[in-house]
Design a protein around this ligand. Structure first.
Ligand SMILES: [Zn+2]
Length: 432
């Protein structure tokens, strides 16, 4: 961990669990709504008027909320509104994909204040990719007018498994040179702020859950079909990362016995080796070469290769081979999800990633298979939807991850034990 320069601070009185729970509940309620009056807080949290008043006082002291007199005029004195100070600071976030970098600066509510994206190659290794992210961060900081406050946190998404506690990638199959790389330490040292690192699918899930189509759902599976296939899991209103951060790695569930189909993970018969974007590109290119699909042959002639997007585009024009590839991929993903549905009973499945964004056939095939192959009780309330965040999903998700961690019970406990508002003590927040 980053050596702390705050050792001189002496812990103040440790707040009781109950007081801390109430504080976090009140803050969550204010953050979710943007602003609340004290009586709304009493009604919505079930806490007593006295406790709400005390906790609001603490939040004012911590600088996390501000009080104003602008309330809806219902005759008489307008109630004072307690508002979350989204402009008390800013966040830097980056989503590194297999073939792209997206960076953004956001306020503490995850509102995007500046954004940049460009092609990248994650296999170029951490040094190249992370220095480029740092350069893009500097550009954003320079270009964003009226950057609010100081930097409160940094969030990085990477296209492979991450041990969330340490913020280090763990044996990522498409990321040579990244295994165990100290991504968190690197950014924490450079920016003097807490840093969180997670895989791209978990951040997609958090983004959809906090500000996308999954708002209000407590049990959600977000499956991302990009080059590979992975899933992020929201369980009982929390992201479920598992014991080592490997939860949701559904792309490497074995779905066929055929020894001929070797996955990039080294195993045979994995779902993503049959139904991921790389698999669609491979099968599409084979159809182009063999002359079975005229449209894919044209794509091959034009760019020298066939991509999953080419297959989706050809399918949207009714190319029978491309439609067949998407339906078959959707069916395979649907079978996997039907097992997940029986096991986990989500109320919502969100399908995202580049391949899923580009056409309707894949989603239709997934939906049909999930409903047909899951148990009736598990699908009674189940909805299968496409991701709603589009091309900004990565950075929206990364900021949702930072926000979730910054305002978690553990972070707030640390701030409360430190003296004064959450300025320097924030640097400790990433240690949990
Ligand atoms: Zn595999």
């Amino acid at each position: 961990m980053r050596p702390s320069s705050d050792t001189k601070r002496i812990a103040a009185a440790v707040p009781s669990d109950e007081a801390l729970d109430a504080l976090v509940t009140v803050l969550d309620e204010i953050r979710a709504a943007g602003s609340r009056s004290r009586s709304e807080l009493v009604a919505r949290t079930g806490l007593t008027r006295g406790i709400v008043a005390q906790r609001v006082g603490e939040l004012l002291e911590l600088g996390l909320v501000v009080e104003s007199e602008i309330g809806p005029s219902t005759g008489g004195r307008p109630p004072r509104r307690i508002s979350f100070r989204a402009d008390a600071g800013h966040l830097l976030v980056a989503d590194l994909g297999a073939t792209s970098i997206d960076v953004a600066v956001t306020d503490l509510d995850g509102r995007i204040l500046g954004h940049r994206d460009e092609p990248a190659d994650v296999s170029a290794g951490p040094e190249r990719c992370l220095s480029r992210i740092e350069e893009l961060f500097e550009q954003l900081i320079d270009a964003t007018r009226d950057l609010p406050g100081r930097l409160w946190g940094v969030g990085i998404g990477v296209p492979g498994p991450v041990e969330f506690r340490s913020g280090r990638p763990v044996s990522p199959p498409i990321m040579p040179g990244w295994d165990g790389y100290p991504v968190r330490e690197r950014f924490a040292e450079r920016y003097g702020a807490p840093v969180w690192v997670d895989n791209d699918v978990n951040i997609l899930a958090l983004g959809e859950w906090r500000s996308g189509i999954a708002v209000g759902h407590d049990n959600v599976v977000v499956v991302k079909i990009g080059t590979g296939i992975g899933a992020g899991i929201i369980s009982n209103g929390r992201i479920h990362r598992g014991a080592q951060g490997a939860a949701g790695d559904v792309g490497h569930i074995q779905v066929v016995d055929a020894a001929s189909i070797v996955c990039r993970c080294g195993n045979v018969g994995c779902l993503e080796a049959l139904a991921g974007g790389a698999a669609l590109a491979r099968d599409g290119e084979a159809a182009a070469v063999s002359g079975r699909s005229e449209r894919l042959r044209v794509a091959l002639d034009q760019h020298g290769r066939v991509t999953a997007e080419d297959v989706a585009r050809a399918a949207s024009f009714g190319d029978p081979v491309a439609v067949g590839l998407l339906l078959s991929a959707g069916h395979r993903v649907g079978l996997m999800l039907a097992s997940v549905v029986n096991f986990f009973n989500p109320s919502l499945i969100v399908v995202g990633g580049g391949v899923a964004q580009s056409g309707d056939q894949l989603l239709a095939a997934i939906r049909e298979t999930v409903y047909r192959r899951s148990l009736p009780l598990a699908t009674r309330e189940l909805v299968v939807q496409r991701s709603s965040l589009g091309t900004l999903a990565g950075v929206v998700g990364a900021s949702a991850m930072v926000v979730e961690q910054l305002f978690s019970r553990d972070s707030i406990a640390r701030w409360k034990q430190a003296e004064g508002p959450p300025t320097r003590p924030l640097a400790l927040a990433a240690e949990g």
